[in-house]
Design a protein around this ligand. Structure first.
Ligand code: GFB
Length: 309
């Protein structure tokens, strides 16, 4: 087991939804947390990133930084999602190698598996087919990050690992209805409709696609568990096994928010992947499982939204 106690740990992306959750999960360890705010360190700047890593020499890097967004944001700025995430992956992973970081965890995403993958999706499915077009730019960058970890692990003997989470949600998510992921978008749209007394709300696509959701605090505990127990070059899926259709999710969120109006689906907006359920048997074997059900997670997230957004 890799002991996190006594380690100097840098969570790249510390102000994001995932970074903050990882920091909460690290609270129980006696470790030193390094911090680098965006004004001090721009991770798309290679020289700055290399210098910062060399100067601070973390023992552990948890790479949660990234340009993220829902289907709308991804589909409308493939260039930006590819460029920024590619720069971040290269700079942080190669910089960590140069600074002799002992252990690094990089996060991929279930959307980087081929669009037509057999379900549930095994880790071996990576790069076996064409990608979902709506998030191709993001996926290409993330595939490079996952492969860099694999190659540095095998070629240089670095303990660099990557994990492939399913769709995430939770506190500090982006709740902008246009650029956000589906859960915060639905919460915001239905909350606004309820508050404004609107009789109907319009959502995207057909409502038929299926998604697997994991609360970010479960992911964060999973990241810590992987740092402690996983050393393989091959990526590892980390999902909830809890799959729901977008229509089913809409009903759950309407109930949590208390929205009782009509729901329309605008099929001019894309559905994206029809299904991307992860095969979680590998992570099961190393003893991690989620503890927050989708129902409870949605309630907790809406409570957070009410006090913070
Ligand atoms: O979370 P999401 O935006 O992204 O969910 P993906 C999109 C699904 O929810 C589609 C439906 O089937 C949409 O048609 N949907 C319905 C909505 N109403 C809305 C709405 O108001 N807003 C949004 N956003 N969706 C993302 C990738 O794919 O998955 C990213 O684009 C990332 O790269 C993420 O990896 C995990 O699940 O389709």
């Amino acid at each position: 087991m890799f002991d996190l106690n006594g380690k100097k740990i840098w969570v790249a992306g510390e102000t994001g939804m995932v970074g903050r959750a990882v920091l909460r999960a690290l609270n129980k360890y006696e470790c030193e947390i390094l911090s680098a705010s965006h004004d001090v360190l721009d991770l798309t700047n290679q020289a700055q990133t290399f210098e910062w890593l060399e100067a601070h020499k973390p023992d552990v890097v948890i790479m949660t930084a990234g340009r993220v967004g829902g289907i709308g944001a991804n589909a409308s700025d493939k260039a930006g999602f590819l460029y920024e995430n590619l720069a971040l992956a290269q700079n942080v992973i190669h910089g960590a190698y140069q600074a002799q970081v002992e252990k690094l965890l990089y996060l991929g995403s279930s959307c980087i598996y081929p669009k037509e993958s057999a379900q549930p999706i095994k880790e071996e499915a990576l790069l076996t087919g064409a990608l979902e077009p709506t998030n191709e730019g993001y996926a290409l960058a993330k595939i490079v990050g996952v492969k860099l970890c694999e190659y540095y692990n095998k070629q240089y003997g670095c303990n660099f690992i990557s994990a492939m989470p399913c769709n995430l949600y939770g506190p500090y998510d982006n709740f902008n209805g246009q650029t956000s992921h589906v859960i915060p978008a639905l919460m915001m749209k239905m909350h606004q409709a309820k508050t404004n007394g609107a009789e109907q709300v319009t959502l995207w696509g057909t409502g038929d696609p299926l998604r697997e959701f994991l609360h970010v605090d479960d992911l964060a505990r999973g990241c810590v568990h992987l740092l402690e127990h996983y050393n393989e070059a091959q990526t590892i899926n980390i999902g909830s096994n809890e799959e729901v259709s977008i229509k089913g999710l809409v009903m759950m969120i309407a109930e949590v928010v208390g929205y009782e109006g009509k729901i329309n689906f605008d099929t001019d907006n894309p559905d994206g992947a029809m299904r991307k359920l992860l095969d979680n048997s590998k992570v099961d074997v190393i003893g991690w499982k989620k503890s927050i059900s989708l129902e409870n997670g949605l309630k907790k997230t809406y409570e957070w939204f009410l006090t913070n957004v």
